[in-house]
Structure formats: C-alpha cells, structure tokens
Design a protein around this ligand. Sequence first.
Ligand code: SF4
Length: 243
Amino acid sequence: MLDLPVTEIFSSIQGEGPYVGVRQIFLRLPKCNLSCPYCDTEIKVSEQFRVELVPGTRIFSMLKNPIPLDELLDLLQTYDFSKHHSLSVTGGEPLLWVDELQVLLPLLKEKGIDIYLETNGTLPVELLQILPMVDIISMDLKLPFDSRTFWDVHEAFLRYSTQKEIFVKIVVNQATTWKDLQNARDLIARVDPAILTILQPVTPMQGIQAPRPQQLLEWQSFLLERIINVRVIPQTHVLIGQL
Ligand code: SF4
C-alpha cells in the first residue's frame, strides 16, 4: 500500500468561489509546482502533520508523515460527511500526488464521499488520471508571473475539466493588466463561454495590493463581453477568521 505525506486535515468553511460557506473536510497536501507571489500556503513536507480529530474544535493531534493510504482512509471515514458537503483535496498542488490519489479517491467514492479538487490547473495529464473520481473542480487560472505563462496547459486542463462540474478562479491585484485578462477571457470563451468564472481580489500581502473598486467593476464588465457568468468573490474565510 502506498503512503502519502499530508500537511493538515481539518473541518472548516469553504472560503472561496461559488461554494463559499459550505462546510467541508479539508485534506491539504504538500508541495507545489508553482511559486505564486501571493502564496500563503505551507508547502514543505514535514515529519508530522496535524489533524483535527473532532471537527470544529481546532484541537489538533500530530501524526507521522507519510501516512499509509489505508490509515488515511480510516481517518477520513471517522468524519461525519452527512454534516460536510464534500472532501476538499487541496494543497500545495494535489495533482503532484496523482499516483496516491488514484488509489485513495476510488475508496472514498465507494464510501459516498464527494471529491472537491482545488488545483492550480497546470497539470492536465495528471488530472486525466483521476478525473472520473472527482465531482467538482476548482481551477485557478494563473496570470503570468516571473516571466512564466500558463496559457497552453490551462487550456488543455480546462478542456478536460468540462467533463465535470468546473469553475475557474482568477486572482487579481491592483497591477493586473488588461492584456492578461484578455488572454484569460479569450481562453475560457474558446473552451466554453458558460464556464463559471470568479474574479478573486487578492488578499493584500507583501506589497501586493487589492484591486481598486473601480478596477473590479471594469474587469468584470470586460470578462462579461465573452463569458456568460462572471462573479467577484473575495477570500471570505480570511474575513471570518477561519482556516
Ligand atoms: S499554486 Fe497555490 S500553493 Fe502553489 S504556489 Fe501558487 S498559491 Fe501557492
């Protein structure tokens, strides 16, 4: 049986996108293939990971990393999924662990647990390997940074994702350019103009500033020229002090 390093497991309130407010179990996995300037997530593999055994108490136990998949399955089954919308598989970038997820996710699906995948949308080949087991895909569409662009991998990823429930999040800040937004808009519209698209104002950090109110209004109108459903939703878990 394979094992898997974990960052943390806890019960919380989804803070981003159209499912904002639903209660989920979060399975956060380490490592990422990107290094976004606004990243606020711990991605290193630690010798131990923390787990909230009783949901909502914020009392954590420490377990050894990596954890065998059968033990992880047992652990996840201790949660009452009648009171949780789904299991958010998040990171880091969870698709870096596709070999392990190919084993784990079918077992979770057998137990009737819905899988909500949070991904940076840059690993389309890996996505294909677990796509049948995923119910909802929350895909980040990364605007260029550090002289890197992701348009081609994003387009492939998005085309595969349309087999499932999918929405796209674009994190924007005060320095976001019209050119990048145009490329993002046209990419989404090429795949399917009906894909729900979220403009997510960055939570300010390290000199990165949130967009001005007028920018958000103008950008939403601009995206709506080619995409049918564009919403502006900030990171709400930050506002209400949730993990
Ligand atoms: S993709 Fe997510 S986890 Fe990875 S660096 Fe960017 S914000 Fe951080």
